[in-house]
Design a protein around this ligand. Structure first.
Ligand SMILES: C[S@@+](CC[C@H](N)C(=O)[O-])C[C@H]1O[C@@H](n2cnc3c(N)ncnc32)[C@H](O)[C@@H]1O
Length: 373
């Protein structure tokens, strides 16, 4: 029996069949970002209680309020005068944008006066949704599908759970060496199948460890160089702050993590079967933050923070307390964000700077397993 949710799956199965065999990377890209049938090409209803998974943003307004405090501190310390931007890739339902803008408008009117918030999503339907949701903020917020044509300005970039939604390759250790997962389709309505093929990917050093057992499966994500370069090119000076599931490379590729981190979500149920219902479920894999370090380092950015979300967010609370802005009704929201058993331990904050006189932070380098540079 077919239900409305099956529509993207049926359409995508045909497209996948026409293009197969294909690398898992291309399969994941189609499932998530096909412009018509991809999971993220639809009206953004994926996040929250009625959707498929929770995020720090959907847990309540406190995440955005704390990020607004962090942004306001940077704005003050950097003596920003004149127009400046916040850019948010992956703004989804624009909930984070609304929380950040509201807090800045209410409590930092000077910063708000010169601010333009850019919600960035390459897909037209979510972008249209964001445009609509942000109309109450007038000229202080826009929604764009790309950064093309923007000049370079002081900018603070924030993004939650975006890097983990970038497509990745799936690889497995076999008697014939590391091989890559490809997807095959014998008919548009037949179950999709995996096949292993020799790989030409450059693999992380950790995977040359001889004690990694046969059958070990994991993910490798190409460096998102173009994504970071497009951000860097519109920043005269500023910060980029990413929150995501993930670890430094030695923990990501730990010997006992034999099945990697790939997960699918639908209606708050997790599964590891990436071939079922293409386009109808979120596909995500954790972030190798050591690889992200190498990517931003190559672009001349400096890492200022790499810390568990619990540490990063907790440090921002005194700023709210000292201004008398803390509300007791945020207590549950706070616990969800910082408790190690909830989101506090699973997520990391990764921040880097552009055009500022900073060096790489020594603690961040240590946590990222990078020797001092
Ligand atoms: C897991 S969702 C983000 C959830 C949201 N930030 C939150 O915290 O509730 C990932 C989003 O990233 C967006 N995305 C993927 N690639 C992107 C890119 N290159 N630039 C901007 N957004 C992107 C997707 O369209 C999708 O909406």
């Amino acid at each position: 029996m077919s239900c409305p949710d099956d529509k993207p799956t049926i359409a995508l199965r045909k497209i996948i069949h026409d293009q197969a065999p294909m690398r898992f990377f291309d399969y994941m890209a189609l499932c998530l970002y096909h412009p018509e049938h991809g999971y993220y090409a639809q009206e953004p209803q994926q996040v929250g209680r009625a959707g498929d998974f929770f995020t720090s943003v959907s847990s309540g307004p406190l995440f955005g309020i704390l990020l607004a405090e962090s942004i306001a501190q940077w704005w003050k310390q950097s003596n920003i005068t004149g127009s400046w931007r916040i850019i948010e890739p992956g703004a989804n339902q624009a909930a984070l944008a609304i929380d950040v803008l509201t807090h800045l408008r209410n409590h930092y009117p000077q910063a708000y006066a010169d601010l333009c918030y850019v919600a960035l999503d390459p897909l037209p339907v979510p972008n249209g949704f964001q445009k609509q949701a942000l109309t109450p903020f007038g000229d202080h917020a826009v929604a764009r599908q790309s950064l093309d044509g923007l000049d370079a300005r002081p900018t603070f970039v924030i993004a939650n759970e975006v890097l983990d939604a970038f497509p990745c390759h799936l690889i497995e250790k076999t008697d014939a060496g590391w091989q890559e997962v490809w997807i095959e389709s014998t008919a548009p309505d037949a179950p999709l199948q995996e096949v292993l093929q020799p790989t030409d990917l450059t693999l992380p050093d950790e995977l040359s460890e001889p004690s990694i057992p046969m059958g070990y499966r994991t993910e490798v994500r190409p460096a998102p160089q173009a994504f970071f370069r497009s951000l860097r090119d519109v920043i005269s000076r500023g910060r980029l702050l990413f929150f995501d599931y993930g670890f430094a490379a030695p923990e990501y590729y730990a010997i006992d993590r034999t099945r990697g981190t790939l997960q699918l979500y639908r209606q708050h149920r997790a599964s590891e079967d990436a071939l079922a219902e293409p386009g109808s479920r979120d596909i995500t894999a954790h972030v190798d933050f050591t690889a992200i370090f190498h990517c931003v380092d190559a672009l001349g950015m400096k890492v200022t923070t790499f810390a568990p979300q619990e540490f990063f967010l907790t440090k921002l609370v005194p700023s709210l307390l000292s201004q008398g802005l803390w509300q007791d009704s945020w207590q549950n929201n706070f616990q969800t964000l910082v408790h190690p058993a909830h989101l506090g331990g699973k997520f990391h904050a990764f921040e880097c700077s552009v055009g500022e006189s900073t060096e790489h932070d020594a603690t961040a380098l240590q946590r990222l397993a990078i020797a001092p540079v």
